[in-house]
Each structure stands twice: as structure tokens, then as C-alpha cells.
Ligand binder design. Structure first.
Ligand code: GUN
Ligand code: ZN
Length: 443
């Protein structure tokens, strides 16, 4: 460990504030899933959680441990953004198109700029600043087809000590020529990137075919070959987002039973597979996702912005599909998981259903970690986990201060934060126990 013997405690700090995290899925465990301490202490040693609990049980601490007091602040685990495109930071909020024309009009020209490594490094820093400003400490990230876009992203994430999953886009048809690889070069480049980055510090690799229309069956098969050769890397792609896309997939893959079957026939559907969107799935596809232990990354701000549709979260839950939340920037309109939870709630309202605030927080924290098979190290503040968390200022805005005065329990408080919250709430963000963002200042 950084050349220090394991017995040396080089980071021994505690934070006293309100603390909220989930220790199970509220859909299964109910209120027992929720741990909330009105006056809590989070004790960090060596970048990991050493203890968490009510102040009257944990205090006093040994004299060597410095305790920082945060009155009227709330500590929560770092958010997990299960689907986002770092190269699209520069084109968030681009007007007027639905998915397929949005890709051609805005996305492909923006991504073409990532052939320039310097540009990629610049955007990677802006992107990571935004994640941390919003309390997000882990994300599953699309790069572009260029290997230098992946190198730039992982190097920037490594420098900040973040746990990140990312990969090179695979695209060998139906995109501009300067954005295409081939089944063979895509395979070889991905292989080199896996060897270079997967498992380095906190970094993990995802094999990343953009979506079925931009890969030939041969490329999808090469992607599956990588998954067989490196069984602990991820598969990350898009699925069933938009009606025009569904129609196109049917034309391109006439032999497939449904959209998911295109990926399944190639060997891409497994427990480390994350499919963004899944708005328009049939029962058979939901059953197959559940059986495989695969994940749908629900991206509400994107689904509304591109007019893609209103996902049925109840059906996914009833059928046992893992669900996580993604911002999907730049089709998504915010880096904030608070904004994302807010829009997720509204989508279920439009369907005549309700999204419980604890369930939303679960999707954005422990549920995301479970989906990404990372719940042994992140997702909540249980002792032994990597200390990724944020400290929220419950007086971030006059309206939040005023509205929280009317709340009589933590469920109400959380729902207000989910609905009114954004980056202004996030006073500080910590990764592996180290402060990586402080609002309006340093250190
Ligand atoms: N489907 C294929 N590529 C993309 C993309 O970049 N964004 C979204 N939202 N959907 C896609
Ligand atoms: Zn996307």
C-alpha cells in the first residue's frame, strides 16, 4: 500500500453529521434497508470505512483521530452513474432531435474531435470535475472509438484515485468513416486497452459496442470473444431506447427474435452486461435480462429530452431485472443524480405509478453497485468499504432550508432532496477517503 506497512494508519479521521445509507434493497427489505443517524459518525482509516453509527455509540474516539463536525449536513455514499458519455460533455443541451438524427447531427461530429489526444484529456478533466461536483464517485463511461480517448479518461481518473469503468466504442458500420473501426481492429484495440487499464488501481474495463445498428454481427461476435477471454470485464451498450431505432434493428437483424436477442445470439448477455435505456422491452426480453443477471441503466433525463419514452420500472422490478440509474450525458440534461432521481419519479407519475425515495437512492448507490458487481467495495458506508461519500449542505438554498423545516421524518427529507437537489447541495466529495471536491474552495 503505497510503500507503507499495513499497520501504519496514514488517514484516521471522522466526520460527525447526519448520515444516511442503504444496506439492502428497500423493495425487498422495506425500512430495514435504511440506516439513518440523526447525529452520526463516519470514521475513516486508510481510505476505508472503519466504523459508522450513532455518535453516542462511537464517541469518544482515540485522541489521534480528528473529528470534523458538520452540523446540519448529511453524509451519503458517493453516487454511481451507470451510464454516461464523457465525450458528449461538450454537446449537452443540443436542440431539437430524437435519437437517430441527434446522433448524426450532434454526436458524431463531437466525437470525431477525440482523435486529438489533447482534446480528450481536456474534456476528461471537465467531465470528472462535473461528476465530483455532483457527488458522483463511480461511473460507467462511454469513451469514443479512438483509443486515445480511453487512455485520456483512465489517466485522468487514476490521477484522482476514482473507481471508474470505461471502454472504447466499437463501431464498424452506419457512422461517418472517420469514426469507424473494423471487427478486427476494434477487437485488437480493446484487447490492448484491457491489458493496459483493467484492474489498474480502481479502474475497470467495459467492452463497448455503441449499439446494434453500428456494429456488424461479426463485430458483436468479436466483442463476445473479448468477454470470454477476459471474464471479469463488463459489456456496456444501448438497448431499446427509441422506436426508430427498434425498427432499424429489425431491418438489420431480421433473424433475431427481438432487440436483446441480437446481443444474446452474439454472446453478449451476462451478469456483467449493462444495457442503457431498455425503455421498449417485451416480456421475453425482461425475463432473459433477469435470468442472465444483466442490468438496465435507466436514464430518465435522457429519455425525456430525446422523447424516447416512459420506462415501466414496476415491470422490471416484478420480473427481477437489476436496475441502476444513469445520467446519459449528453442526451441526459444533468450530471446530477438528484436531478436524475427527480425525473425518474416524474416518469413513473406519468405512468400512474410511484417511485419511493429510498428506492431511488438505492438505484443511485447500493443498487448501482450491486448491478456493477461492486457492492463488496462501494455503494454504502458499511465498515470495510472504500470511503467514497459526499457531504450535503442542508442549507444549500433558502428554499431547501425552508422546506426541510416542514419535514418530520427522513423519508420526507430525502424526497425533498431528490426533488430540489442539484450540485449546490454537495458541500464536499471524498474518494477513497480523500477530498476530491469542495464547493467553492480547496481541500
Ligand atoms: N444509442 C447509440 N448511441 C447513443 C448515444 O450516444 N446516446 C444515446 N442516448 N443513445 C445512443
Ligand atoms: Zn448513452
Amino acid at each position: 500500500m503505497n510503500g507503507k506497512p499495513m499497520t501504519t494508519i496514514y488517514d484516521n479521521r471522522a466526520y460527525r453529521a447526519r448520515i444516511l445509507h442503504l444496506v439492502a434493497d428497500p423493495a425487498v427489505a422495506g425500512e430495514a434497508a435504511v440506516q439513518y443517524y440523526e447525529d452520526g459518525v463516519l470514521w475513516i482509516q486508510n481510505g476505508h470505512v472503519h466504523a459508522v453509527g450513532p455518535a453516542d455509540q462511537i464517541l469518544p474516539l482515540p485522541y489521534q483521530v480528528s473529528v470534523r463536525e458538520y452540523p446540519n449536513h448529511l453524509i451519503i455514499p458517493g453516487f454511481i452513474d451507470a451510464h454516461v458519455h464523457y465525450p458528449q460533455t461538450a454537446m449537452i443541451a443540443s436542440y431539437g432531435e430524437q435519437l437517430l438524427s441527434w446522433l448524426n447531427t450532434y454526436t458524431f461530429p463531437t466525437e470525431a474531435k477525440f482523435r486529438d489526444a489533447e482534446h480528450a484529456r481536456h474534456i476528461a478533466e471537465i467531465f470528472l470535475d462535473e461528476l465530483l461536483r455532483n457527488g458522483t464517485t463511480t461511473a460507467m463511461v462511454f469513451c469514443t472509438v479512438h483509443t486515445q480517448s480511453v487512455d485520456a479518461f483512465f489517466a485522468a481518473a487514476k490521477e484522482r484515485g476514482l473507481r471508474m469503468i470505461a471502454g472504447k466504442v466499437l463501431m464498424d458500420r452506419n457512422a461517418p468513416a472517420d469514426l469507424l473501426d473494423t471487427a478486427q481492429t476494434g477487437y485488437e484495440q480493446s484487447q490492448r486497452l484491457i491489458e493496459r487499464w483493467h484492474g489498474v488501481d480502481r479502474l475497470l474495463y467495459a467492452v463497448t459496442p455503441r449499439f446494434a445498428p453500428t456494429s456488424t454481427p461479426e463485430q458483436l461476435q468479436q466483442a463476445a470473444k473479448l468477454l470470454r477471454e477476459y471474464p471479469d470485464v463488463y459489456l456496456h451498450t444501448h438497448l431499446a431506447e427509441n422506436h426508430g431505432e427498434l425498427k432499424w434493428v429489425k431491418e438489420l437483424f431480421p433473424a433475431a427474435k427481438n432487440y436483446l436477442d441480437v446481443y444474446d445470439q452474439a454472446g453478449l448477455v451476462g451478469e456483467r452486461s449493462v444495457f442503457a435505456h431498455g425503455v421498449h422491452l417485451c416480456d421475453e426480453e425482461c425475463q432473459r435480462l433477469a435470468q442472465a443477471g444483466a442490468t438496465v441503466a435507466h436514464c430518465p433525463t435522457s429519455n425525456l429530452f430525446l422523447g424516447s419514452g416512459l420506462i415501466n420500472l414496476d415491470r422490471l422490478r416484478d420480473q427481477g431485472v437489476n436496475v441502476a440509474l444513469g445520467t446519459d450525458v449528453g442526451a441526459g440534461t444533468s450530471f446530477s443524480l438528484f436531478k436524475t432521481m427527480d425525473e425518474a419519479y416524474k416518469i413513473q407519475q406519468l405512468r400512474g405509478s410511484k417511485l419511493d425515495p429510498f428506492q431511488a437512492l438505492y438505484f443511485a448507490t447500493l443498487g448501482g453497485a450491486v448491478a456493477l458487481k461492486l457492492d463488496h467495495c462501494i455503494g454504502n458506508l458499511a465498515p470495510g468499504k472504500e470511503a467514497d461519500f459526499s457531504i450535503l449542505d442542508l442549507d444549500a438554498t433558502p428554499l431547501i432550508t425552508f422546506r426541510l423545516q416542514q419535514c418530520s421524518n427522513v423519508r420526507e427529507l430525502l424526497f425533498v432532496l431528490n426533488t430540489l437537489g442539484d450540485d449546490r447541495l454537495v458541500q464536499a466529495t471524498y474518494a477513497l477517503g480523500k477530498c476530491v471536491h469542495r464547493r467553492g474552495g480547496h481541500g
